[in-house]
Design a protein around this ligand. Structure first.
Ligand SMILES: [Mg+2]
Length: 394
C-alpha cells in the first residue's frame, strides 16, 4: 500500500463550548466562584470569565490527505492557534506522508522553540498532532487506541469533575472532584468554608466514595498544607494542582507535608516530556494529569507516560474526552479516567465537547466499554451545524 501524503492543513476557530470548555454561558458551575491565582484581586474573584479565561476559544485543525480522507483535532487556542498553524506549522505538515507523525512533531516543536515551549504554542501543536493521529486511524481504518498498542482492559472507569459529587455518585462514578472555592486571600474564614464544604459533601456521599479538591494553581505551600491537614478528617483522596505550575519546589515540599495516604496530583498546565521530567524527578506528585490537547498531543503523551512509568507515577489525563480515552485504555499506569461534568448544574452526563463533536461516547453508570472506542481515528465527527471560521489561510 502506498501511503497517502498530506495535501492540506486548515485551521478554524469556533466560539461557545467545544474544546474551550470554559467558554460557557451564564450560570454554569464552571464559571461560579472558584479559587484561582487571580482570586487575590476582589474584582476578579467571583468568576473566571471576569479575568478572561474564555478569551482563546476553540481551535479546530483539519488535515486532508491526497486520497481525500480528512482527520481533525480540537484544542483551546482560538485565533492565535489558527495563525500559528496556517502561517508557521503548515510547512512541516503538507507534503509529508500521513505516517510521518514523529518527524512532523519534532519539526513543529523545534521550529517554535524561540517563542513556544509551553502554553498556547503547545496547545496548537497538540491540535495538529491529534488531527494527524485521527487521519492515520481513518486511513488505516483503525481506532487510535489500536495504533497505540491496543486496550489493556475491557472497560474504562471514571471519576467526575464538577460541583456535585453527590449527584455523580448516584450516576455511578467512582469519585467526585470539586473546585475549591476560597483562596488564601480569604484567610482562615475561607479555609474553614472550604473544609465545611468538604465535610458536607462527605456527609452526603458516605465513607467510601472518593472526594478530591481541584485548587487550579491558586494556593501557596502554607495554605495547601493546612488545607490538606484539615481535609484528612474528611477523607480527601487527593489535592490537585494546589500551586502554580512553575513551583516544582513547592510541590516537592507539599508532597512531603500532606497526611499519609493523601495524594498530590498536578500537571494539567504542564507540557512536554521536559516539563513532566521536572515534576517526576523532583518527586512533586503521585499522579500526573497531562491534558492531551495541551501537553503536546498523543505523540508527546506516550513519551510522558513512559517517563512516569519509570518513576512509578500514575498518568490520569486531564479531561479531553475521546482524545484521552484512546490513550487511557492502552496504559496499565492509567487505571481510571476523568469525566468533566459539562451540564450547567453538573446534574446529568452530557458529552464534554457538545455541541462541536458528534458521536462522542459518554460513561454509562460511570463506565465505558472499550468497544465504544472502536470507530476509526478518534471516532468522532465535527458537527456540521457548528459555525467554523477560518481567520487565516496560507
Ligand atoms: Mg484540574
Amino acid at each position: 500500500m502506498s501511503m497517502p501524503t498530506i495535501k492540506q492543513i486548515r485551521a478554524y476557530t469556533v466560539r461557545g463550548g467545544g474544546a474551550d470548555y470554559h467558554d460557557q454561558g451564564e450560570g454554569h458551575w464552571i464559571d461560579s466562584q472558584i479559587s484561582t491565582p487571580m482570586s487575590k484581586y476582589p474584582d476578579y474573584r467571583m468568576t473566571r470569565r471576569s479575568f478572561g479565561l474564555n478569551v482563546l476559544g476553540t481551535l479546530v485543525v483539519e488535515v486532508e490527505a491526497s486520497d481525500g480522507t480528512v482527520g481533525f483535532g480540537v484544542t483551546t487556542a482560538g485565533e492565535i492557534g489558527a495563525f500559528i498553524v496556517e502561517k508557521h506549522l503548515a510547512r512541516f505538515v503538507e507534503g509529508q506522508r500521513v505516517t510521518d507523525i514523529e518527524k512532523i512533531w519534532d519539526q513543529m516543536f523545534h521550529a517554535t522553540l524561540f517563542y513556544g515551549r509551553k502554553g498556547v504554542v503547545l496547545n496548537t501543536i497538540s491540535g495538529v498532532d491529534l488531527a494527524l493521529w485521527d487521519l492515520l486511524g481513518k486511513i488505516r481504518d483503525e481506532p487510535v487506541h489500536a495504533l497505540l498498542g491496543g486496550p489493556v482492559r475491557d472497560e474504562l472507569q471514571f471519576y467526575a469533575t464538577g460541583a456535585r459529587p453527590d449527584l455523580a455518585q448516584k450516576m455511578g462514578f467512582i469519585g467526585g472532584k470539586m473546585p475549591l472555592k476560597h483562596g488564601p486571600a480569604e484567610g482562615d474564614a475561607g479555609l474553614e468554608k472550604n473544609l465545611a464544604q468538604l465535610a458536607d459533601m462527605r456527609e452526603r456521599v458516605g465513607d467510601d466514595f472518593w472526594l478530591m479538591f481541584d485548587c487550579w494553581m491558586s494556593l501557596d505551600l502554607d495554605y495547601a498544607t493546612r488545607l490538606a491537614q484539615g481535609a484528612k478528617a474528611h477523607g480527601l483522596k487527593w489535592i490537585e494542582e494546589a500551586l502554580p505550575p512553575d513551583d516544582y519546589w513547592g510541590y516537592a515540599a507539599l508532597k512531603k507535608s500532606v497526611p499519609a495516604g493523601m495524594l498530590v496530583t498536578t500537571g494539567e498546565h504542564e507540557a512536554t516530556r521536559w516539563g513532566f521530567r521536572m515534576l517526576l524527578e523532583m518527586g512533586c506528585c503521585d499522579i500526573i494529569q497531562p491534558d492531551v490537547g495541551w501537553c503536546g498531543g498523543v505523540t508527546e503523551l506516550v513519551k510522558i507516560s513512559a517517563l512516569a512509568d519509570a518513576h512509578n507515577t500514575l498518568v490520569v489525563p486531564h479531561g479531553s474526552s475521546v482524545y484521552s480515552y484512546h490513550f487511557v485504555v492502552t496504559r496499565t499506569n492509567s487505571p481510571f479516567a476523568e469525566f468533566l461534568m459539562m451540564a450547567p448544574q453538573a446534574d446529568e452526563v452530557v458529552p464534554m465537547f457538545n455541541p462541536l463533536l458528534l458521536d462522542e461516547p459518554v460513561p454509562e453508570n460511570g463506565r465505558m466499554r472499550a468497544s465504544k472506542l472502536d470507530a476509526p481515528g478518534f471516532g468522532v465527527r465535527l458537527n456540521p451545524d457548528s459555525t467554523l471560521a477560518r481567520p487565516y489561510t496560507h
